[in-house]
Design a protein around this ligand. Structure first.
Ligand code: PEP
Length: 256
């Protein structure tokens, strides 16, 4: 059985004092939860603080929201995989739709980041998802296939099993309109079939696929009960530790 994984993408929110009090509350809320992998994904400025505060907590690990694929070099303003490892970061989100749309990241560049993450022993959370007009034009599978082919290019089955896919329909992100459980399940099972085609069935069966897009405490349980939904990538509702913890508890209790 795949262990559920729930991640909190804080995006460009929170400063030191806010992060400190959030983590204090979250660690109390979660206790020694170990049935679910919980990942906090703060902005770069808070990675060190968050790493220090979660310390050896079995419950919570730290992820970054982005990185450059080069290990070092003349890339002003960028952060390398090696720098993330240095701060005890374990996961890195790549190809978030905001980075694709606002910063022009291509599938090819996203694939470079996935490979670089594995080289540095970071687990990439590769985001894929269609825009509203692409869904309306019945192009969901075509878009997902293209993003997976580019994002997963050049990795082997072992790396694939350590990669997390986040299905995030762009129209559901930050809008309050989540995909219905059956819409999400349909795409998740398609993603798993694509991974089986690109790698093999045993690998596909091991890969964890998160759903992201307006997940909240009151819709999480139903989404997380779907057989191919193995966790959630949460934006807005992760900014409050109680609401994020409620989603983690829904993941723990979800039985397909
Ligand atoms: C996200 O940005 O990854 C996300 C899923 O945001 P929200 O939960 O706010 O829709």
């Amino acid at each position: 059985m795949r262990k559920k994984i729930v991640a909190a993408n804080w995006k460009m929110h929170k400063i030191v004092a806010e992060a400190r009090s959030y983590i204090q509350s979250l660690l109390v809320e979660l206790g020694d939860e170990t049935d679910v992998d919980v990942v906090l994904v703060p902005p770069f400025t808070l990675l060190q603080l968050c790493s220090e505060m979660v310390g050896e907590s079995p419950a919570v690990k730290i992820g970054a929201q982005n990185m450059h694929p080069a290990m070092s070099g003349a890339f002003t303003g960028e952060i390398s995989p090696q720098m993330l490892r240095d701060l005890f970061v374990r996961y890195v989100v790549v190809g978030h739709s905001e980075r694709r749309a606002l910063f022009g990241e291509s599938d090819h560049f996203v694939g470079e980041k996935v490979r670089a993450a594995h080289e540095a022993s970071l687990r990439p959370i590769l985001c894929v998802g269609e825009k509203l007009e692409e869904r309306a034009a019945d192009r969901v599978h075509e878009v997902i296939d293209r993003q997976l082919a580019g994002g997963l290019e050049g990795i082997g089955p072992k790396e694939m099993q350590e990669t997390i896919i986040a299905y995030e329909p762009v129209w559901a992100i930050g809008t309050g309109h989540n995909a219905t459980p059956s819409q999400a399940q349909d795409v998740h099972s398609h993603i798993r079939a694509v991974i089986a085609r690109l790698f093999d069935q045993a690998t596909a069966d091991r890969v964890r696929i998160q759903y992201g897009g307006s997940v909240k405490p009151d819709n999480a349980a139903e989404l997380l009960r779907q057989p191919d939904i193995d966790g959630a990538l949460v934006g807005g509702a992760s900014l409050d530790p109680r609401s994020f913890a409620a989603i983690v508890k829904a993941a723990r209790d979800a039985k397909a």
